[in-house]
Design a protein. Structure first.
Length: 298
């Protein structure tokens, strides 16, 4: 018979991917965690994690156990909530993968409100290049720029956002304001490094005018914003970022053919996680954040 405490330790390591953070969360030492995981693996006669390095990734057997362990955890917490009337289910760690711009300009300013409402939910916001994949359990949930086409996932659209050309007032005073798309070829342009674009939805400079190329490039939208803000050139930025900066001015956004590029945010959750209360709480918060974003830029 499996020990629930061993399963609790297994879940903590599976969620944090490392023993040390799991040990801090559970208030036990790393040696105890290692011993409990070994005992659990022996009881099941299956390897639950790949290798023994710092990064603990689940094997297929580990993924199967995690699904059942989380179902058991969710049922136990729901029972505690029903019996005691307390929201014990609103606790635990959630790993959320998002684009850097969304994380910096939409989520970070609103994180204090989420934490005040749900102080027992820990939130990891991952903005590494490329999205972590909920289908492979690299993240519990993600806000992505395209709808995934396969995997055991729950997917829903959070909303659309618009990108436009922007430049700083100082740049325009020194270099003049383009009056049409063709004028852009005589200006310094900023953008992404083509070979490091991790999502095709970010490859949008060609949508402004075929053949345009950026001379000043970065893999980071925040670096691009800083370059534009400090007068390096003209670049494409999301409205939700640019409207917060009084130093920026939108360009070629009026007239018969205004330059306005539309993209979407998609909420992606692994199917096995969708009923967990902490996941639902984060999902509702993301919907609120996106709604506020649309109101601010609408």
């Amino acid at each position: 018979m499996l020990d629930w405490d061993d399963l609790r330790i297994f879940l903590a390591v599976a969620r944090t991917r490392k023993i040390a953070p799991a040990a801090r969360t559970l208030g036990v030492d790393a040696t105890t965690i290692g011993r409990r995981l070994t005992r659990l693996s022996s009881a099941l006669e299956a390897d639950l994690f790949e290798g023994g390095g710092n990064d603990r990734r689940l094997t297929p057997h580990g993924q199967a156990l995690m699904r059942h362990a989380e179902s058991a955890e969710s049922a136990a917490l729901a029972a505690m909530e029903e019996v005691t009337g307390e929201q014990h289910a609103l606790s635990g760690q959630v790993r959320l993968s998002v684009a850097e711009g969304f994380g910096t300009w939409v989520l970070a300013p609103r994180i204090a409100d989420f934490h005040a409402r749900h102080p027992h939910i820990g939130l990891d916001i991952i903005t590494a290049s490329g999205f972590l994949n909920p289908s492979r359990r690299e993240a519990d949930m993600a806000v992505m720029l395209a709808r995934p086409q396969r995997g055991r996932l729950m997917v829903r659209k959070l909303g659309d956002y618009t990108l436009r050309l922007y430049a700083s007032h100082s740049y325009l005073e020194e270099n003049g304001t383009p009056s049409c798309v063709d004028d852009l070829r005589g200006h310094s342009l900023t953008g992404y490094v083509p070979e490091f674009i991790f999502a095709p939805e970010l490859d949008y400079i060609d949508e402004v005018e075929s053949g345009l190329e950026a001379q000043l490039r970065s893999t980071s939208i925040n670096v691009q914003h800083s370059m534009i803000r400090h007068g390096a050139g003209i670049g494409i930025l999301p409205d939700f970022l640019a409207v917060q900066d009084s130093q920026l001015r939108p360009l070629l956004h009026e007239g018969e053919k205004p330059i306005a590029i539309t993209r979407s945010f998609w909420l992606v959750i692994h199917a096995d996680m969708r009923r967990l209360a902490r996941i639902d709480a984060v999902a509702k918060w993301l919907e609120e954040c996106t709604l506020q974003l649309n109101r601010a830029t609408g």
